[in-house]
Design a protein. Structure first.
Length: 71
């Protein structure tokens, strides 16, 4: 129903946890102006994100520096 109302699209960026939005570059902040999507290329690319992060000593650091830029 959110797609029909125009609040979301089928393909687009996924909503992000607010604490990570504070680490966004200006370019990344531009994505906040677009409607969120049900799926995205990043959803497919990082489908195993939990496996990438499970061995990280600092999960936030790995997420911000390696995963977030790709999303």
């Amino acid at each position: 129903i959110n797609i029909l109302l125009g609040d979301m699209s089928f393909v687009g960026t996924r909503p992000e946890v607010p604490r990570y939005v504070s680490a966004y570059t200006d370019e990344m902040k531009a994505t906040l102006l677009l409607p969120a999507g049900v799926t995205s290329i990043a959803s497919i690319t990082y489908k195993d994100e939990d496996q990438l992060l499970q061995n990280a000593q600092n999960i936030d650091e790995v997420y911000i520096n390696e995963v977030l830029p790709g999303k």
